[in-house]
Every structure is written in structure tokens, then in C-alpha cells.
Write a protein that binds this ligand. Structure first.
Ligand SMILES: NC(=O)c1ccc[n+]([C@@H]2O[C@H](COP(=O)([O-])OP(=O)(O)OC[C@H]3O[C@@H](n4cnc5c(N)ncnc54)[C@H](O)[C@@H]3O)[C@@H](O)[C@H]2O)c1
Length: 366
């Protein structure tokens, strides 16, 4: 008999999982969301087979339930699950960016019929909502699962099978380990990116041309500050104690750097920069990590009518789809003025080859 999957929270992540499951399985998909427009959109675009407004009723129908609401709302849904009596086995997973508070909440589910496996697909976008959802969002991404000791291999296999179509790489991590690592490489950098943007905004009062200078590299290094503020506020507070520790570490490190300047310690400053460069250069550029990457090609074009169209047509002839296009006014530090963002590294390399073959000067993003 066809199994039923309930996706609760049909935003960017829940919607993308629903599209992917629909494309790759014959499961019956039910969608639940507190936003009625999202439900209408999901039904109209056949992202799910059925939509519901009663979470408890839908849970009783489901064999598998994916909780994909914001972290604090997912905890509220788990609290509701504690009081629902189901009469068939139910496998529940979530997609929250923070794992410890979720697993703690889920430990209060006492029904023998219910198995909870924490999950976190480490792929996303700065966009939010169902309209930004896409089935291939998780391709080549790391998908973390946090099964506890009581989880049977049968249940784990069932979830892994459901996620097979995402073409992500499953990695099993303990919730605390997960929260610490993702804080270091994703949550905390987000806070710092936002603080850099605030600093630029403050200095703009003195130097009105700051936005012009910020168009190139500064915009790149602060890209994650453009993500969904509501989601990040929720993540920071759900992961408060680790973020607090990291902030304290960071403040101490900045104080040490300030001392190096005050004492004219050029050797230590050089070593600090050199060690950072070595570590960064050793990171794998071919894998998707916690922060979504873009595959950019910078192209030098001349200010002539049709110049942009020529570049776009060249790539279109080879079926290469351009995710974003931007004309940069700054030339400092980069070869070209046209930035093309591609969907994959394969497209990036192919576009670069095509452009070079056609006489363009290019540079790839490192
Ligand atoms: N966006 C990312 O980059 C990313 C990556 C990995 C994991 N996540 C996690 O995915 C989850 C969802 O994030 P998103 O980016 O899809 O957000 P989103 O804002 O795109 O979608 C959230 C959806 O949840 C719905 N919702 C809110 N409260 C609800 C409730 N009580 N019951 C049911 N639905 C509810 C909203 O209406 C919306 O449709 C979060 O827990 C987040 O931590 C996000």
C-alpha cells in the first residue's frame, strides 16, 4: 500500500523536500502549513497531493512526518505530537538547523508507535517560502541525521530511502556535536557578516561613497547577511549558549589583534594572516558545505551595445543556465566587470572554457 508522507511547514526547505519526494517516489504527500496562501500554492503547483489545516488529524493519517517549520515552531509541533495517539507506526524527522533543543523536545514523546530521527539538510538559499523551493536543492549537500540509540536500523533505512532522491550525502552526528560544528562554520559567521554590514552602514555617515566601494568583494564576504532574519533570530536563540561562547572567544581574539597593532607586532600579525590563509586554502572547494556556494565566473566585457547579450547567448547555446548576473562597477582586485553565477561547478568550468575560446578574459571565483 502507498505510504503517506506529511510535510509540516511548506517553506523553502519543506517545499523542496516535498517536490523532491514527489519526483522520486510514489508516496502520497500531505502538506500542512499555517499560511493558507502557501497551502493554495502547493496544491495549485502539485507540490503535494493534499493540503490540511488540522495538524493532529494529518499526523494520524501519516506513516512519515517531516517537520519543516522554523526551529521554535517545530518544537511546538513536537509538543503537540506528545499528546496525539496514533494507531500505526509513525516515523518523524525534522530539518531544523539546531538539533539539541529538538532532540530534547522529542525525548518527551512516549508512544511506542513513534520513532523520531533528527535531521538537518545542509543546503539552503537566502530566499524563503514555497516559491523559492526546488527539488534539486539538496543535491551534493550534506544531510545530517541524529538517530538516538533506540532507533532501529529498519527505521533509519526507511528515512534514508525516502531521502535517496535528494542525492545528498548522509552524515550521522550527535546533536551537540552538530550544534557546535554548525555554529562555528555557519551560525556564528552569519552574525559576523551582519555586524560587518552594520559597520559599513555606520561609516557611510562619514563617507557617502561606501556603498560604491562595497559593490564587489565586500558584498561577497557579507552575502549570508542577506538571509531570512526571522529564521536566523530563531536559530541564534535556540543555540544561545554555543553562540555566547563563540562570541566571547571572538571578542578575546579581536582584543589580541588590537594589542598586536598597539605594540607594532608585525611578525605576529603576519603569522596570524599566514595561518588563516593556509587553513582556508586547504579547505575543499569541490564540496558543498554549510553555507551554500555560488559558482561565479567574472568576465571582462566592453561597454558596447549587445555585449551582455553576446555572453548570455553563448552560454544559452550550450544550455547553461545562469542563476544570477551582475554588472560590477569596481575593477579593483578582479579581472572582469560582469559576474555570472552558475548552478554547479561543472557549469562554471564549462562557461569559463567557452568564454575563453571566444576571446573573453575571465577569472573564476576561488
Ligand atoms: N533556509 C535555510 O537555509 C535552511 C537550511 C537548512 C535548514 N533550515 C531549517 O529549515 C526550517 C525551515 O526553514 P525555511 O528556510 O524553509 O523557512 P521558510 O520561512 O521558507 O519556511 C517556513 C515555513 O513554515 C511555516 N510555518 C511557520 N510556523 C508553522 C507552524 N507552526 N506549523 C506549520 N508550518 C509553520 C511557514 O508558514 C513557512 O511556510 C528551519 O527550521 C530552518 O532552521 C533552513
Amino acid at each position: 500500500m502507498t505510504k503517506t508522507v506529511l510535510v509540516a511547514g511548506l517553506g523553502l526547505i519543506g517545499g523542496s523536500l516535498a517536490i523532491n519526494i514527489k519526483e522520486n517516489t510514489d508516496y502520497h504527500l500531505i502538506g500542512f502549513d499555517v499560511n493558507s496562501q502557501t497551502l493554495d500554492y502547493s496544491l495549485k503547483n502539485r507540490i503535494v497531493d493534499e493540503v490540511v489545516t488540522d495538524f493532529k488529524k494529518a499526523v494520524k493519517q501519516a506513516d512519515i512526518c517531516i517537520l519543516a517549520a522554523p526551529v521554535s515552531k517545530t518544537i511546538e509541533l513536537i509538543d503537540q505530537l506528545k499528546h496525539i495517539v496514533v494507531d500505526k507506526p509513525l516515523l518523524i524527522t525534522d530539518v531544523s538547523s539546531v538539533k539539541k533543543p529538538i532532540i530534547e523536545a522529542a525525548s518527551g514523546i512516549t508512544s511506542d508507535m513513534i520513532t523520531f530521527i533528527g535531521g538537518h539538510p545542509m543546503a539552503g538559499s537566502h530566499k524563503k517560502g514555497i516559491e523559492a523551493a526546488k527539488g534539486h536543492l539538496f543535491e551534493n549537500a550534506i544531510y545530517i541525521l541524529s538517530p538516538d540509540d533506540s532507533c532501529s536500523s529498519k527505521n533509519l533505512r526507511e528515512l534514508e530511502n525516502l531521502l535517496k532522491g535528494t542525492r545528498s550525502t548522509i552524515l550521522k552526528l550527535d546533536p551537540t556535536e552538530h550544534d557546535e560544528m554548525t555554529s562555528v562554520i555557519s551560525h556564528f559567521p552569519h552574525l559576523i557578516a551582519s555586524s560587518l554590514v552594520h559597520q559599513a552602514k555606520k561609516w557611510q555617515k562619514k563617507h557617502v561613497n561606501i556603498p560604491t566601494l562595497a559593490a564587489g568583494g565586500f558584498r561577497d564576504i557579507t552575502r549570508i547577511a542577506s538571509s531570512n532574519p526571522a529564521m536566523w533570530q530563531d536559530i541564534f536563540f535556540q543555540n544561545k549558549s554555543i553562540i555566547q561562547d563563540l562570541l566571547e572567544d571572538w571578542v578575546n581574539e579581536m582584543t589580541d589583534l588590537k594589542k598586536l597593532l598597539e605594540t607594532d607586532d608585525k611578525i605576529s600579525m603576519y603569522q596570524y594572516l599566514e595561518q588563516a590563509r593556509e587553513y582556508r586554502d586547504g579547505l575543499d572547494t569541490k564540496k558543498k558545505g554549510a553555507i551554500p556556494s555560488f559558482y561565479d565566473v567574472y568576465v571582462d566585457i566592453f561597454d558596447q551595445t549587445g555585449a551582455l547579450l553576446k555572453v548570455v547567448s553563448l552560454l544559452a547555446q550550450k544550455d547553461i543556465s545562469i542563476k544570477n548576473i551582475e554588472i560590477l562597477e569596481m575593477r579593483e582586485g578582479i579581472t572582469g566587470v560582469l559576474r555570472l553565477s552558475l548552478l554547479s561547478q561543472k557549469d562554471q568550468i564549462e562557461s569559463n572554457r567557452l568564454l575563453i575560446e571566444n576571446g573573453y578574459e575571465t577569472m573564476l571565483q576561488e
